[in-house]
Design a protein around this ligand. Sequence first.
Ligand code: SAH
Length: 268
Amino acid sequence: MSGSTDATDADDAGVVYLVGSGPGDPDLLTVKARRLLEDADVVLHDKLPGPEILGLIPEAKREDVGKRAGGDRTSQEYTNDRLVELAREGKIVVRLKGGDPFVFGRGGEEAEHLAAHDVTFEVVPGVTSAVAGPAVAGIPVTHRDHASSVTFVTGHEDPTKEESAVDWHALAATGGTLVVLMGVGKLPEYTAELRAAGMAADTPVALVERATWPDQRVATGTLADIVEVRDREDISPPAITVVGDVAATRETLAAFMRNGVDGEGGAE
Ligand code: SAH
């Protein structure tokens, strides 16, 4: 790529760091993320890093590119273009993303956009909520006795759509743990798909809401009743859905864990 030489040659060229914030507890920021938040001229973020981490960033450095007060979402195009613009102004730019920057959340697209515009960038991995969310609720995503594989999947797509990119029947057949991100709204649809694919009605399911935030909640049930549990407990995004036998491990672990697992909201 000839263009990248131009970008690095320019003395005043800025740089973009695509930084994972982890799930929300500031102690789970990487050392590098923490240092970059201090060094940055500007931090582009949405709400996913959570109130505690956002609270660490001086107001003057912050640009919110998440949902606006009116409920409209800032377009991905705006965010992409803003990153390029700030880098070209010579700024040290942190694009702070919840969890890990390359696990859902469109970090890959942002990186591609930067590359296409000859902007130098660095990816700073973070602790993904897909693993940390279950963990702090007392759920190991793999376990020698219960799950030899784990799949991260988006719950955002409508499983009944003909052209759905997610094959829930194939996922049911893995016999491993399913960790669903963005999976609160369409919980009824994909749990029905999993049951139709032959998964047992009593398969344990856990919902971990705002994992590691000060107001974290956990609710548990089974494939058959988790929608009821969600509605009764009013579980809302951001939350992780864990489907599989490992979700029951929580019953033996939670009482002895110091992760602030209140968690008695569910069918326990
Ligand atoms: N890059 C992020 C995922 C972005 S997609 C990561 O690696 O964690 C957004 C989804 O992530 C949310 O809908 C939710 O399912 C999940 N999520 C992110 N942070 C969370 C948290 N603290 N608690 C529960 N779920 C979270």
